[in-house]
Structures are given as structure tokens and as C-alpha cells.
Design a protein around this ligand. Structure first.
Ligand code: DUC
Ligand code: ZN
Ligand code: ZN
Length: 470
């Protein structure tokens, strides 16, 4: 089956060109000069021709931070691999990297197998795994080498959530020493969880139990402190470090300093930190703020966090936009913490909206079109060892392609989204653009507002080492 995509503007991390694209089976076969004899003959021989006039033709989105079915606080993230990857496809994301989770006391291998069992045969788009190490001991450390060899080349550690996922500095250092040897990338949840738990307990004892206290008891300073500590540990170990869901200027400053000194320090942010804030969202009247409880938390609008994060994306101090998609419904899930913010499951769903929300950054003049593609597709693929199979429109790469229409609009709402959530964190947001057509490995998944995918089309991707460290 061949597909010829004509009249579009192909956008890459480095430029934009009027180029036709020939897809053969599951891969991109050629980029062709419009009107050239090769383009004319490719079009006439193609099984299907897609007219991309007026549209951007971009590599499918790569969301390197999702939590389908994550067990958290006595419940599970409400998207399964089936529903979550279908929603991803609707939003132009054609690859996800989810976090297989080893909690304290669990065996790493068993935890990974459980994640494979949840995902296999369920996904609409391709998927890979990072491994969360929530219980670092000799056995877990030894397992790291084996996992890298089989394509799990990044490990997430938590400086937060004592007793659940938390690692102390000694455990972090030991895991980083392993990564320094085996080429893995350590991803870090950088918040000082020991101090946060003290603040949260004190707030609850004062009767401050509303959702907003989730944010107030997780000060930006404690993200900055943990970020600095993780950088110092990484430097001692001689390992790279990648900060997930960076939310605060204080943390960004530490990352920027380390990068200026030439260290392999990388960071991602997420749309919620670019658009939502503590006062208006986490502090919404009644229990509404529960829908915005996530960690790291939304930050105050009194500070320049959002402005700084957009700047970080421009300057590459923030290399990636991921979602930290971790949806919970209000009913029966967020409601668990109606009387105590500490019992609200942490997470916001957004896998469907990342490409749109960051495209809106282009419209607002915060980012270039190329930087949109780079932060949402090319760099995550490179960072996590999936490039050039993913993240680029080039001969030989998987035919994961999105046609994006800058002349159409997207209204975000719980009434129209496809995630398994009973509210939308971005309700009422209007985007000056729209995901028009989504192709995964040569198969059209979204066309004319219709889902044409099937579960099981997406397969597990073993990953290589990060391109940024070779
Ligand atoms: N943050 C969240 O908001 N949810 C799950 C885990 C995390 O680190
Ligand atoms: Zn985290
Ligand atoms: Zn996460």
C-alpha cells in the first residue's frame, strides 16, 4: 500500500519546505520535489493520494511521559492503554513512553511484566516503557543492566512520595553510578518529599484541607532544592540526568546553570505548567481544584514561572514537552480527597491536547513552528533512543505523520475529548489550529473527525540509548 501526500508544508526541527511525501507500507519511502518527474510518477502509481494543501505535515507526536492505569492512592489512573492511546491518536501523538512501576518492596522484573501484560495488544499507537525504580536495592540495581540491554534505557527515580516511590540520596547515587556505566538516562522527579510531607501534615493539622493546600505545601523552592541536589549527585556519579515535569523557575535556573557549565542535564515541562496556575485552577472554588492536583504542582501566577518556562523552551534549557498524562475522574477518584487534599490522587490528563496546546504557543509567538516539532516529537524521540524510527519525516523512518490545519479551530471540552475523564483540565480552551489527519506506520488513524484505528495496531518498541549521549 502506497500513500502520496501532496501540496503540504513539511515541517521538521530544522526548517519547513513544500515537499511531497511518499509512504510505502509502514515507512516513509521518499520526500519529493513537487512537480518533479519522480513526484508525478509516484503520485500516479500511489494507491491513495492525500491532498495536504494549506496544512503542515509534521512527524507524529512523541509523548515520553504517560501513566496509563497507574496505581495511585488506592485507585488507578482512569485511562487504560486502549483508551489512552486512542486519545493520543486523536491528538496527533503516535508514540507514547509509559512508566512501568516498581514500588518499594516489589520485584523489578515482575513489575515490568505486569506493565507488558496491561499494554500488549491494546494500543492504538506504538508504545515503549521507562522503568520506575521505587525500591532501589542490590537486586534492582543489578536488573538495570539487563533492562538496558533489552530496550528499557531510562529509569525514573522519585525524590518525593516517601514510603511509596521515594529514593534517598544514597539510592539515587547508586542508580546513577549504574547509569554512568550502562548508558541509561536517569529521569528525576525532583521535589523534596520529606520536607513536603512535614508541611502537608502541618497544614492538615491546622484544618487546611482544600485542594489548594496541595500546591501551597509543595513550594517551588523545594523543587529547586531537589533539582540542585540531583544535579550534584549526577555530577558525582558521572551520569546524565533528565528532569521530568519541571514546573518552577527555581528548578529551571538550576538546570540552565548546569547546562551552561556543559553538563548532560536535560529537562521537560508539561502543558499544565505553561497554561494553568495555583490561584485560578488549583484554587478553584469548592472542590473544583482537585481536578488540578498533580505533582509537581501548578505554580502561582504571582511569579514569572510560566514566562520563564516558555523562555526555557525557546532556549533549549527545556528540551521536551510531555504531558505526564495521569488522569483521574472527579467522581469516585479525586473525591477520595474531599476532606483532605493529601488523599486526592495526583495527576492531570492531557495526552490528547499536547500538540494543540503547544501549537497555540506558536500562535502566541512563544515558539517557532520548528521548535514545536522539535520539543513535541523530534527531541523526545532522540532523548529516549527512538530516533530516527520516530520523530522525523525522512526516508526509512516510520510513516507516523500528522497533517495539522492552521486554519481550523479546536475547542477543548469534556464533551468532545476522548480521554476517560469526567472533566477537562483545559475546559473552554480554544486552539487556533487542528489535528486534521493522523497516520501511524502508514495507516490512517484519524481522518475527517473519524477514528479509523484499531487496538493492537500499536506495538511495543524496545529503545536504544539516548542520541544525546552518544
Ligand atoms: N505526578 C503526578 O501528578 N502523578 C503521578 C506521578 C507524579 O509524579
Ligand atoms: Zn513525577
Ligand atoms: Zn509522571
Amino acid at each position: 500500500m502506497t500513500t502520496f501526500i501532496k501540496n503540504g508544508t513539511v515541517v521538521s526541527a530544522t526548517g519547513r519546505h513544500s515537499t511531497d511525501v511518499l509512504v510505502d507500507g509502514t515507512v516513509i519511502a521518499a520526500l519529493l520535489q513537487p512537480g518533479s518527474s519522480t513526484a508525478i510518477s509516484a503520485e500516479s502509481g500511489a494507491d491513495r493520494v492525500i491532498d495536504a494543501s494549506g496544512k503542515y505535515v509534521v512527524p507524529g507526536g512523541v509523548d515520553c511521559h504517560t501513566h496509563m492505569e497507574l496505581p495511585f492512592g488506592g485507585t488507578f489512573a482512569s485511562d487504560t492503554f486502549e483508551s489512552g492511546t486512542r486519545a493520543a491518536a486523536w491528538g496527533g501523538t503516535t508514540t507514547i513512553v509509559d512508566f512501568a512501576v516498581q514500588k518499594t518492596g516489589e520485584n523489578v522484573r515482575d513489575s515490568l511484566e505486569a506493565w507488558h501484560a496491561k499494554a500488549e495488544g491494546q494500543c492504538a499507537v506504538d508504545y515503549a516503557f521507562h522503568m520506575v525504580l521505587g525500591g532501589i536495592d542490590d537486586a534492582a540495581l543489578k536488573e538495570m543492566d539487563a533492562l538496558v540491554a533489552e530496550g528499557i534505557t531510562s529509569f525514573k527515580l522519585f525524590m518525593a512520595y516517601p514510603g511509596v516511590f521515594y529514593s534517598d540520596d544514597g539510592q539515587i547515587l547508586r542508580a546513577m553510578q549504574m547509569a554512568a556505566n550502562n548508558g541509561a538516562l536517569i529521569s528525576m522527579h525532583a521535589e523534596n518529599g520529606i520536607a513536603i510531607d512535614v508541611l502537608a501534615e502541618q497544614a492538615a493539622a491546622r484544618g487546611q484541607t482544600d485542594p489548594v493546600y496541595h500546591g501551597i505545601t509543595r513550594p517551588a523552592r523545594l523543587e529547586g532544592e531537589a533539582t540542585n541536589r540531583a544535579i550534584q549527585l549526577a555530577l558525582v556519579a558521572g551520569a546524565p540526568v533528565y528532569f521530568v515535569h519541571l514546573s518552577a523557575s527555581e528548578a529551571l535556573e538550576r538546570v540552565a546553570e548546569a547546562r551552561d557549565e556543559g553538563h548532560n542535564v536535560f529537562a521537560e515541562t508539561c502543558p499544565q505548567y505553561l497554561y494553568l496556575n495555583l490561584e485560578d485552577h488549583l484554587g478553584a472554588p469548592g472542590f473544583g481544584g482537585a481536578g488540578y492536583v498533580c505533582s509537581a504542582p501548578l505554580r502561582t501566577k504571582e511569579h514569572t514561572h510560566q514566562k520563564d518556562l516558555w523562555r526555557g523552551l525557546r532556549t533549549n534549557d527545556l528540551a521536551v514537552v510531555a504531558t505526564d498524562h495521569c488522569p483521574f475522574c472527579m467522581k469516585d477518584q479525586k473525591e477520595l480527597g474531599r476532606d483532605d487534599f493529601r488523599a486526592i490522587p495526583n495527576g492531570i490528563g492531557g495526552v490528547e491536547h499536547r500538540m494543540d496546546l503547544i501549537y497555540q504557543g506558536v500562535v502566541m509567538g512563544e515558539l517557532s513552528l520548528e521548535r514545536w516539532v522539535e520539543t513535541c516529537s523530534t527531541t523526545p524521540a532522540r532523548m529516549f533512543g527512538m530516533y530516527p524510527q520516530k520523530g522525523v519525516i525522512a526516508p526509512g523512518s516510520d510513516a507516523d505523520i500528522v497533517l495539522y490545519d492552521p486554519n481550523a479551530k479546536t475547542e477543548i471540552s469534556v464533551d468532545t475529548h476522548h480521554m476517560n475523564m469526567d472533566y477537562s483540565a483545559y475546559e473552554g480552551f480554544s486552539i487556533d489550529g487542528k489535528v486534521d489527519t493522523v497516520i501511524s506506520k502508514g495507516r490512517v488513524l484519524i481522518e475527517e473527525d473519524e477514528y479509523l484505528g484499531v487496538k493492537g495496531h500499536g506495538v511495543y518498541l524496545p529503545r536504544g540509548l539516548s542520541s544525546y549521549l552518544q
